[in-house]
Design a protein around this ligand. Structure first.
Ligand code: ATP
Ligand code: MG
Length: 293
């Protein structure tokens, strides 16, 4: 009798364990939305977006890079691709999301963005619903990386507000640092209930010490004056592999996978994986926040 009860308990324990595991697995499957942003232009956002995506893809995850900057078509150029359609066509109901997602030869997919996101408020309820449903198909990915335009526009802020993580990129240049801080300040003041992890990557450094010094300073200022926690994710060396790959219109992670820059990007993914995604985040949150108006 005692034996039987013990067996039953054992069975229940196993059941509970497997239940816990499966619900955990679902949690992990939630889409992590990461925006890449900066104050000053030309500091490496698009390079980080594309190569970070590749590093994530190499860990077996499904990754979509969304170019939120239609005017400049950054991601497309960097990958030597010309998508015919973009989010604008989805908003206008001319295409479905599936039709505009382009698979690349690198194991990541890209979506060309529409610059008219502010116009979403002007859509009819039916158009809006269609767009939300379509945007939702991106949640099939594990990671969505959004490459934004430099500086502050309402679109960039919308994306930042909606993301799980925002990675601010700066270089050691004083103007880039000042602008990065300006960007953080605007994020801190413009976005209510900022519930996202604000992170810093210092690009184009000579060595780790140079990056750490800049990160320390920014973390201190942000905490002191904005009462905001900025997290240092890592740095990327100034590395000729980057402009070489840009000229070839291929990601440096592919052209020179062993380069210093590639190793740094891999390290950044490692750091990201150690940081838990916050509750209530994910793709549902992106949609909710973007359409709250
Ligand atoms: N780690 C690096 N080492 C050397 N050069 C780099 C590095 N990162 C970026 N660059 C150089 O800076 C240029 C601009 O990079 P990128 O296009 O990624 O910047 P961006 O922030 O996306 O620019 P924009 O604001 O115009 O969208 C690259 O073409 C490359 O030449
Ligand atoms: Mg860019």
């Amino acid at each position: 009798m005692e034996d039987q009860a013990e067996k039953l308990r054992e069975v229940m324990r196993k059941k509970n364990n497997s239940y816990e595991k499966s619900s955990k697995a679902e949690e992990v499957k939630k889409t992590r939305v990461i925006t890449i942003t900066s104050g000053k232009g030309g500091v490496g956002k698009t390079n980080v977006s594309v190569n970070l995506a590749l590093a994530y893809a190499r860990t077996g995850r499904k990754v979509i890079v969304m170019d939120a900057d239609l005017g400049l078509a950054n991601v497309n150029v960097m990958l030597n691709m010309i998508p015919k359609f973009n989010l604008y066509h989805v908003i206008r109901k001319q295409k479905t999301m599936k039709e505009i997602i382009v698979e690349t030869e690198y194991g990541i997919s890209i979506v060309a963005g529409a610059s008219g996101f502010s116009k979403i408020a002007n859509l009819t309820e039916a158009e809006r619903q269609f767009f939300i449903d379509e945007l939702n198909t991106l949640s099939s990915a594990d990671i969505v990386i959004i490459d934004t335009a430099a500086g502050v526009s309402s679109n960039v802020l919308d994306f930042v507000a909606a993301a799980d993580d925002s990675i601010i990129i700066t270089t050691p240049e004083p103007t880039a640092i000042t602008d990065a801080y300006g960007m953080i300040k605007i994020i801190a003041t413009e976005i209510n209930n900022l519930n996202m992890g604000l992170k810093l990557v210092v690009n184009r450094v000579k060595n780790a010490a140079e990056a750490a010094k800049i990160a320390d300073r920014m973390i201190n200022i942000t905490s002191q004056f904005l009462n905001l926690k900025l997290e240092y994710l890592g740095f990327i060396y100034d590395d000729n592999a980057v402009p070489h790959a840009v000229l070839k219109q291929r990601p440096f992670m592919v052209v020179e996978p062993k380069s210093k820059a590639s190793q740094c990007v891999q390290h950044i993914v490692g750091r990201m994986d150690k940081i838990e995604v916050r509750e209530n985040g994910g793709f549902g949150n992106l949609l909710k926040r973007m359409f709250k108006g």
